[in-house]
Design a protein around this ligand. Structure first.
Ligand code: GDP
Length: 360
């Protein structure tokens, strides 16, 4: 599964958030044969469509798509020089597909701030700096190697050019994610180098409860990280919510002016940031959301259920969720001509409800 690594300075609320994420762990309950690492939190992607489908098909259970978060031990200033858990830390980030930075924006004088004061902009730049320094080190080793290999016709000159362009971006204090086309950094060519700052970033601002409804404050913080996505939550509140049943949790959320928990928002933003989407299947046994990459074709999507489905793919019967709900049943959707037969070149759309036909 694609994973999102959670990073941040010490004492910003990472563990509190991660504990809330793991209390929420859907994996144990719903996916008995899956394994989960101790530092992973697997959370459901909220999807109200599944309940509707389960109603239409009389499904015995609902299986949402999931998003996997990995807790990566605390980063400190100097991590790129191997201070603290430096190297191990960077290796863990390298394995993640996106980086979620938790930033402290709560005041609480009882919780010590490592830099002496609560300053989200400074904290974000501290983490960026460590990641930028790590990438600079990687490139300092890679560029001379690539130069040799290009001379010996063993490497693509475009990769060397991209690596040098990347060095210029990092030298200017920017992450590679923030590079613009004029920088000449071709992400495609950098793939093999395992650079950290090419990964998509998500920012979680851990706020005081009162600030959750302070739109001006949230806008100010969102502006710090745009165009990357920001999620606003109160980690303490999230850990309380994780202990409650659905009804109690909804009441508590409403009492602080929220419609949705921070974890649900984080799951959604994380899923989108990873470039994923879902399609749906439904029947008496279960209504289920399956995770695919955006742009995948019907046979690729079928392969997520079983490799045999991809290999023996014949066709897909597809109805959009909205058409199905309007019709009220699969039979009615069919008689209205809303169920399409799609072939192997069909590109899946979000919200497709699908049944695959295949040879075994
Ligand atoms: P980590 O070092 O980033 O993992 O931070 P922790 O999750 O261990 O939190 C550090 C301290 O801050 C703990 O005492 C938490 O109870 C407290 N804390 C975490 N989140 C919040 C929050 O949203 N509000 C307040 N007031 N305290 C928090």
């Amino acid at each position: 599964a694609l994973t999102i690594g959670i990073v941040g300075l010490p004492n910003v609320g990472k563990s509190t958030l991660f504990n809330a994420l793991t209390k929420n762990n859907v994996l144990a309950a719903n996916y008995p044969f899956a394994t989960i690492e101790p530092n992973e939190g697997v959370v459901p992607l909220p999807d109200a469509r599944l309940e509707k489908l389960a109603g239409i098909f009389g499904s015995a259970r609902i299986l949402p798509a999931t998003v996997t978060f990995v807790d990566i031990a605390g980063i400190v200033r100097g991590a790129s020089e191997g201070e603290g858990l430096g190297n191990k830390f960077l290796a863990h980030i390298r394995e993640a597909d996106a980086i979620c930075q938790v930033t402290r924006a709560f005041a609480d004088p009882d919780v010590v701030h490592v830099a002496g004061a609560v300053n989200p902009a400074d904290d974000i730049s501290t983490i960026h700096t460590e990641l930028i320094l790590a990438d600079m080190q990687t490139l300092e080793r890679a560029v001379p190697r690539l130069e040799k290999e290009v001379k010996g016709k063993k490497a693509d000159p475009a990769v060397l050019a991209a690596a040098k362009a990347a060095q210029a971006v990092l030298d200017s204090g920017r992450t590679l994610r923030a590079a613009v086309p004029a920088d000449g950094v071709e992400a495609e060519h950098l793939k093999e180098l395992g650079l950290l700052t090419t990964k998509p970033f998500i920012y979680v601002f851990n706020l005081d409860e009162a600030a959750l409804v302070d739109d001006a404050r949230k806008q100010e913080l969102a502006d710090l990280v745009a165009p990357a996505e920001a999620v606003f939550l109160d980690a303490k509140l999230e850990s309380e919510l994780a202990e409650l049943d659905a009804e109690e949790a909804a009441e508590l959320l409403a009492s602080v002016g929220q419609e949705e928990s921070g974890l649900d928002q984080l799951a959604r933003v994380g899923f989108n940031t990873l470039g994923l989407q879902t399609y749906l299947t439904a029947g008496p046994k279960e209504s289920r959301a399956w995770t695919i990459r955006r742009g995948w074709t019907a046979p690729q999507a079928a392969g997520v259920i079983h490799t045999d489905f991809q290999r023996g793919f014949i066709k897909a019967e597809v109805v959009s969720f909205d058409d199905l709900v309007d019709a009220g049943s699969m039979a009615e959707a069919k008689s209205r001509g809303k169920v399409r037969i799609e072939g192997k070149d069909y590109v899946m759309s979000d919200g497709d409800v699908v049944e695959f036909r295949f040879n075994v």
